[in-house]
Design a protein. Structure first.
Length: 323
């Protein structure tokens, strides 16, 4: 069984295309969305606007990468928005000790909380949606307690703010650089490492993975810790851009966009299949929908309706395919 993980059975071209068809469809939708906006949305094709879109999509995309790993194992993580708020609050109160200790503290706390969620899920066989929903509620409360009742914590620290406002060579915004680095590492891990194979194996057939010698519990704990870590990074980038920590607002509803980006990109909600490139495409679709509505003076709530419809449609397609 272990050898089967290392040397999967050969697949036909038609089966490979079927696996990646949702991603191809999402890519086609993204291209049409961009072309439509170039044609009908004033100033959409401006270089500065494209750069702004990439900066705006950074928190969602970073969180969605972690969500991709979670969903690939057949799980879900609703706590990511609250973990962003916790990382933001912890970093803000620790900035008096310096930017690096503050960043380290914020990421360590949310990684441990994520690992704790994974431990609860894998040890007590509790549904991931239940555990992470509890963490969503508790985490937001923890963040507000850390920030003294949810008060805004402004700060002035150039080293920390560089994470959200700085740029490399006065051209590439730091958030885009961090996002690109994380996406690249995620692609490498999922495609080229044993851990990536374990993730897919656990999501495809948990019992078979266990019988083949894979530590299902360890894999799930690591996956939810990774999700927490990436949520923390997204929270710190958002906080650095804002120049303040707002525990009641940081990360609100981002779990919805992250899940939407993941499933629209082609990662199966049932687990066993994942595509980081698809998640990138899905995240871009989500943010461009919002941007195009704003630039055309269409009320933001309408964009939420469109996103919900897209999610339902994609989930229906996945359900039809699995029958």
């Amino acid at each position: 069984m272990a050898e089967a993980l290392k040397s999967p059975l050969p697949r036909t071209r038609s089966s490979a295309f079927a696996d990646y068809a949702p991603t191809y469809g999402a890519a086609a939708a993204l291209i049409l969305l961009i072309l439509g906006n170039i044609a009908f949305t004033p100033n959409f094709a401006d270089i500065d606007n494209f750069r702004n879109i990439l900066v705006q999509v950074t928190p969602t995309m970073v969180v969605a990468v972690g969500m991709t790993f979670v969903i690939a194992t057949g799980g879900i993580d609703l706590s990511v928005g609250s973990l962003m708020a916790i990382a933001s609050a912890v970093a803000a109160v620790c900035l008096e000790y310096g930017a690096f200790p503050a960043i380290l503290a914020g990421l360590a706390v949310v990684s441990l909380i994520g690992a704790f969620s994974g431990w609860l899920i894998s040890t007590f066989k509790i549904q991931p949606i239940i555990v992470t929903l509890a963490m969503l509620i508790a985490g937001r409360g923890i963040a507000q307690v850390i920030s003294n009742g949810g008060q805004l914590i402004p700060f002035s620290n150039e080293s920390f703010e560089f994470l959200g406002k700085g740029s490399l060579l006065n051209f590439l915004p730091m958030p885009i650089f961090v996002m690109t680095l994380i996406v690249g590492l995620a692609i490498f891990v999922l495609r080229s490492t044993i851990f990536g194979r374990y993730v897919i194996a656990v999501g495809g057939n948990e019992n078979a993975a266990r019988l083949s010698g894979i530590s299902v519990r360890g894999t799930k704990i690591a996956i939810y810790a990774l999700s927490g870590l990436l949520a923390g990074i997204a929270g710190l980038i958002y906080t650095a851009r804002l120049g303040a920590s707002d525990a009641s607002q940081v990360g609100v509803n981002i779990e919805l966009d992250a899940i939407a980006a993941t499933v629209v990109g082609g990662t199966a909600l049932s687990g066993g299949r994942a595509t980081i490139i698809g998640t990138v495409i899905g995240a871009l679709i989500m943010v461009i929908i919002t941007t195009s509505f704003v630039m055309n003076d269409i009320k933001y709530p309408y964009s939420l309706v469109i996103k919900a419809a897209i999610i339902l449609f994609v989930v229906y397609l996945q359900r039809s395919k699995s029958r």
